[in-house]
Design a protein around this ligand. Structure first.
Ligand code: ADP
Ligand code: MG
Length: 304
């Protein structure tokens, strides 16, 4: 869903300063943002230590260019969700900085709707319809107070069509399959046409067939709208299939130890049986295995 309509601590995370813009102004600015060469997300020396003393992240450097589809790949507990939350402004880094370049300018505030967030669980409101759930970010952005207007209705209809849910607007979450609920969650994130889409293992709880279908849908959405995507996964195969780039993380405290471009010729199911896909999966698996290996002990005196 849409995230980050509020003020952010300047030293921790910077974004643009278009909070006063109307939704349509923000959307227009979003679609006309110049490709200024600056990364959309720039993390420098990011560390995260929780109040408990647990060190989740250490020295994370990462720059994500506009339109990239970047997967963060790492073992469970290595700090992937924490990193995504820092980018979304939902938690602060203990050290380092996170700068955002959204709407073509830097500033202290990110306008509501610039960032879409999809969680591992669909997290839908059970009392609300599919259309009602997808409208939530527009309501939170203050654009829909009372009855839903024509612009919001159009946006919701477009987002639901994009995820294959046209015709299900009046259904309730309990009437949907797990895959359809996740589609609603993605539609909710798309409804503000975000420049930056953060997805936290969105398909991990789904069966293989549904997961593959949603992988394809996500790819088509990315190709059509070209948002910048940060996608968290612990699946090598999924990361290779979806991404233009893969950042491999160590176990906690998470660091990025490999940054691998993915140059597959096409992103369709047929690619999964090609030698290029198999070779890339092998490269990424090897990088992940190296990241997981405990550091080798220093050589003892007298050892050759
Ligand atoms: P991942 O998404 O890679 O599985 P997380 O970012 O969720 O990892 O968590 C990284 C580590 O930080 C884990 O050990 C987790 O238990 C811990 N952690 C996450 N959130 C908190 C919190 N609010 N307080 C204390 N520890 C936390
Ligand atoms: Mg997680």
């Amino acid at each position: 869903m849409g995230a980050r309509g509020g003020r952010l601590p300047e030293s921790r995370c910077r974004g643009n300063d278009a909070s006063g813009a109307t939704l349509s102004q923000a959307i227009t600015a979003s679609s006309t943002a110049t490709s200024d060469g600056l990364p959309v997300v720039a993390l420098r020396g990011v560390a995260k230590r929780f109040a408990s003393g647990l060190e989740a992240l250490a020295g994370v450097d990462l720059a994500v260019a506009r339109g990239e589809f970047l997967s963060l790949l790492g073992p469970s507990g290595c700090g992937k969700s924490t990193l995504l939350r820092i980018v979304a402004g939902l938690t602060e880094a203990s050290e380092g900085s996170c700068s955002l370049n959204l709407g073509g300018q830097f500033g202290r505030v990110v306008a509501a709707g610039r960032i879409g967030f999809v969680f591992q669980e669909p997290t839908l409101m059970p009392w609300s319809t599919v259309a009602g759930n997808a409208t939530l970010p527009l309501r939170l952005a203050g654009r829909v107070g009372g009855p839903v207007g024509a612009e919001a209705r159009d946006r919701v209809a477009t987002a639901l069509r994009a995820v294959g849910l046209a015709g299900f607007e009046r259904a309730y979450p309990h009437q949907l399959s797990g895959g359809m609920r996740m589609r609603v969650s993605i539609a909710r994130a798309l409804v503000t046409d975000p420049e930056l889409l953060l997805l936290d293992e969105p398909f991990a709880a789904l069966d293989e067939i549904t997961r593959m279908a949603l992988n394809d849908d996500l790819l088509r959405l990315w190709e059509a709208r070209r948002p910048t995507i940060l996608f968290v996964t612990h699946s090598v195969f999924e990361s290779v299939y979806l991404s233009t780039r893969i950042a491999v993380m160590t176990p906690r405290p998470g660091r990025i130890v490999a940054d691998l471009p993915v140059g597959l010729p096409v992103r369709q199911r047929s690619v999964r049986t090609t030698p290029e896909y198999a070779a890339m999966c092998e490269t990424v698996s090897a990088a992940l295995a190296a990241a997981m290996a405990p550091p080798s002990p220093p050589p003892q005196a007298g050892e050759s």
